[in-house]
Design a binder for this molecule. Structure first.
Ligand code: IMP
Ligand code: MG
Length: 184
């Protein structure tokens, strides 16, 4: 799906596919350096992190294993509820493993602080976070995010895995939608 396929639903392209690729290559080099000689388990958070996981994993030189969790903090709308549920747990035991959480976006940080304490209690050898996007709200919560792709304004964005009502995940870029899409 491309810009033209969105027609009037697209307001703006915030981050292009080229910018995402370039930034992921930079971060991959840093992550490679950070895990030299170690086995790395990437934990992706479904469904939003599918694209960033796929592209980051391929940009890494480090051999990795991948596992997935599905958690839910939002309904179909654009506001965080603060309620986190596990919809799908990891398949593997992460005890004594080097775990890197791969996230699409940190907004309020509620989802991530919950995930950190949940995974932390399973006694991994290390637990770090990489997120493609971070909104200003996230700075208010005390979460140490080791790798951030882009700091973006406090706006609802879609594309590259991120959805509005389960749509727009298959855009290759990050964009914002016209107000009429949100039921205006
Ligand atoms: P948080 O708990 O407020 O940090 O929200 C985390 C989750 O909310 C993300 O993993 C996304 O699934 C979703 N989310 C937050 N902001 C956006 C956005 O701008 N577009 C699409 N999904 C979002
Ligand atoms: Mg997410």
């Amino acid at each position: 799906m491309q810009e033209k396929d969105l027609g009037a639903d697209l307001r703006s392209v915030l981050i292009t596919k080229q910018e995402i690729d370039a930034r992921l290559a930079e971060l991959a080099a840093k992550i490679d350096a950070g895990y030299e000689g170690k086995d790395l388990l990437l934990v992706g958070v479904l469904k939003g992190a599918v694209m960033v996981m796929a592209d980051l994993a391929r940009a890494l030189a480090t051999p990795v294993t991948m596992d997935w969790m599905a958690i839910s903090s939002y309904g179909a709308g654009t506001q965080s509820s603060g309620v986190v549920r596990i919809l799908k747990d990891l398949d593997t035991d992460i005890k004594d493993k080097h775990v890197l959480i791969v996230e699409d976006i940190i907004d309020s940080g509620l989802t991530l602080s919950w995930l950190l304490s949940n995974l932390g209690s399973r006694e991994p050898a290390s637990l770090e976070i990489m997120t493609l996007l971070r909104k200003p709200e996230a700075a208010k919560v005390d979460i140490d995010v080791k790798w951030v792709g882009f700091d973006i304004p406090s706006e609802f964005v879609v594309g590259y895995g991120l959805d509005y009502g389960e749509k727009y995940r298959n855009l290759p870029f990050i964009g914002t939608l016209a107000p009429h899409v949100y039921g205006g």
